[in-house]
Every structure is written in C-alpha cells, then in structure tokens.
Design a protein. Structure first.
Length: 181
C-alpha cells in the first residue's frame, strides 16, 4: 500500500515505505478537518429527493425500458462498487471516512489510483442509476448541481486541507491523479 500515515511529514518508515505525519493532540484534532459544507451523502440524497419531487410534480417524461432496465442497475452496481472499494481503501489505510474527523493518511491505492474522489463519483453514479431505474428522468436534473456543490464545497476544501496537512506527498499525488476520473 502507498499512503501517508502518522508521525512526521518527512520521515519514511523503512519497513512499510509509508510517509509519516505529526501526531495530533486532542486539542488540535477539533480543528484538524477539511471543513466541508455538509456531509456528502446528504448533498446527493437531497438532490435525489428534490429530483423525485420534480418528477412527481411534472408527471411527464419516461425512459424507454431498453434504456432503463440495463442502464439504471449498471450505474447502481458501478457506483456501489466504487463506494465499497473506497471504504476498503480507507479501512486499509486506517484513516477515517468521516469528513469531520482528522485525516491520518493519504490513500492512493485501489480506486484512488484512478480518481482522487471515487466515493463522490460512486455516489453520483448510484444516484443517476436510482433515478434511471425508477423511471424518474426529472430526478436527474438536480444531479449536476449536487456534483458542483460537492466539487466546490467538499472536494476543494478537502484538497486545501490535505495539502496543508501532508504537503509535498499530497501535492505530488494531486499532480498524478485526476480529481474525478
């Protein structure tokens, strides 16, 4: 596994090859977060809820079964797979998933080799799949707004936080791997 973890930003553990960071004190851990505007799942669920509301009010629009039946479930499966692999990568790096908890590592394995934000991509795919599978095309309308909110109100803040916290190792990772895909 390649990720940064625990003691000093410049020290490397010879056994694991991990780049280490300073230990947090209990007092500093309260402010040692990215300060995201809202929990990302709630942003996506809110958009999906608004979308289903739009669909119920509009009553128009229908997706053909030849699109709805294969595409909806495929997106749900792909999104869920990304979410599962993201969770496993964080668990392996022993860093919290909660964006309101201090990060203890830069995760660069698994889906993080291809995207810096596979969880948010997975959530977007899952929401799109749910809307399509439910034959609710209006439920797709708020999704780009949710993605923009995630991009600016969550990802941009997380990236600034991770650069401050981990410095050069994160900046190097950011140069190598795209934000979304």
């Amino acid at each position: 596994m390649s990720y940064a973890q625990r003691t000093s930003p410049t020290a490397t553990d010879p056994e694991t090859g991990r780049v280490n960071r300073p230990e947090l004190t209990e007092a500093s851990s309260a402010t040692d977060t990215a300060g995201v505007i809202a929990p990302p799942p709630l942003i996506y669920l809110g958009a999906l809820g608004i979308g289903f509301g739009l669909d119920a009010v509009s009553g128009s629009g229908s997706l053909p079964p030849r699109v709805r039946i294969p595409v909806g479930p495929a997106l749900i499966i792909a999104g869920s797979g990304l979410l599962g692999s993201f969770a496993r990568a964080f668990q392996g790096a022993q860093t919290p998933i909660d964006p309101y908890s201090p990060s203890t590592a830069i995760v660069t394995d698994g889906p993080y080799r291809l995207s810096r934000n596979p969880a948010y991509l997975g959530m977007a795919l899952t929401c799109a799949g749910i809307a399509i599978a439910a034959n609710a095309p209006w439920a797709l309308v708020p999704l780009p707004v949710a993605i923009a909110i995630i991009d600016r109100g969550v990802i941009a803040r997380e990236e600034r936080y991770l650069e401050r916290k981990f410095g050069a190792p994160y900046a190097d990772y950011k140069r190598r791997v795209r934000r979304w895909f």
